[in-house]
Design a binder for this molecule. Structure first.
Ligand code: ZN
Length: 328
């Protein structure tokens, strides 16, 4: 049971912040540059308005500058080091959980991977987990930048970390930057989700599953035309809590995607019994239902919008009190 006193304080602050957000939504077109000025002004009092989409795009540009970041690359290690460095700058104490992944890739059959985990204290005993992957995809013959795929999730988690240290959360929060989400050869049950499978196995082995009230996985949340799908495997009450809060915030349009059945880092968490929702936009392309930029050289920063990162971040922060309460 979470600390209700702390949660009530947070809810009051969220309530006050809704007015600012609603005003912003009226004159800040989604996909345009940018409500950051208004967001920054209101952020002083409203913790959910703290997310800075432009800062998020800055993290993504930095990560891309490290070069390809699939398993075994120097770019992936530089990305891990960058995440750790940023978290330390925010005053947090991240830890690396290093493990060896066995993969079907002929040159990477035993490859070292590492999740990065950070806990942010808050009232109550049950944690809310927010996760997303940072690794890139191996695509022969293509320089894959993964601005949206792997970049946006990393950027959003970093912004959440910054905001949750500036405005202490209503519950304990664990952020997990997952390594090895992508398949190294061809996506199947054994060649995918290396980091989240390892994480879920460790959590179960330590008997810590019950400490997590709920989890949210984010992936590909930077698309300028954001349309999050309704993933059929996600836990309904977690997904509904996020969507209902989005509507309340005037951001309901980001949940415009269709029903889909996704495989992502939420699957290992669901398999150990953690109520989990996946927030993913799986229509990343030039048309309304096109996914033509996904896993191509066209997954670049110019396709993204700071407003999309801000919307997802605000929704997540505002839903924390509900998620901390656990199953209805
Ligand atoms: Zn991918």
């Amino acid at each position: 049971m979470p600390d209700l006193k702390g949660m009530n304080t947070w809810l009051i602050v969220v309530g006050i912040g809704l007015t600012c957000l609603a005003a912003c939504a009226l004159h800040c077109g989604r996909g345009k540059e940018d409500p950051a000025g208004d967001v920054k002004r209101s952020a002083r009092n409203d913790p959910t308005a703290c997310i800075d989409g432009e800062a998020g795009l800055g993290y993504i540009r930095q990560i891309i500058s490290f070069g390809p970041r699939h398993a075994g690359t120097p770019g992936l290690e530089r990305t891990r080091a960058y995440i750790v460095q940023k978290l330390r700058e925010f005053g947090l104490e991240p830890r690396r959980d290093t493990f060896v992944a066995l993969t079907p890739h002929p040159e990477l059959s035993r490859v070292e991977m590492a999740n990065i985990i950070v806990d942010i204290d808050g009232p109550g005993t049950k944690k809310v987990l927010v996760g997303g992957h940072f690794d890139g995809k191996i695509i022969p013959g293509v320089t894959f930048k993964g601005a949206n795929d792997g970049g946006s999730s990393t950027a959003l988690l970093l912004e959440l970390a910054r905001c949750l240290t500036a405005h202490p959360p209503p519950c304990p929060v664990r952020l997990v930057f997952f390594d090895g989400e992508e398949a190294l050869v061809h996506w199947n049950d054994s060649d995918s989700l290396y980091g989240s499978k390892h994480f879920a196995g460790e959590l179960r082995a330590k008997g810590e599953v019950e400490q997590i009230a709920a989890a949210v996985i984010v992936d590909m949340v930077g698309d300028a035309r954001l349309q999050l799908v309704r993933d059929s495997r996600s836990t309904p009450w977690v997904y509904n809590a996020l969507k209902d809060k989005a509507v309340e915030l005037g951001q309901g349009q980001v949940f415009a995607g269709p029903v889909a059945t996704m495989e992502d880092d939420h699957i290992p968490l669901l398999s150990i019994g953690i109520p989990t929702a996946l927030l993913i936009d799986f229509h990343f392309g030039p048309g309304w239902r096109s996914n033509a930029y996904w896993h191509t050289g066209q997954d670049t920063v110019d396709k993204l919008s700071p407003a999309s990162l801000q919307a997802v971040g605000q929704i997540l922060l505002a839903t924390l009190p509900r998620l901390a309460q656990g199953s209805p």
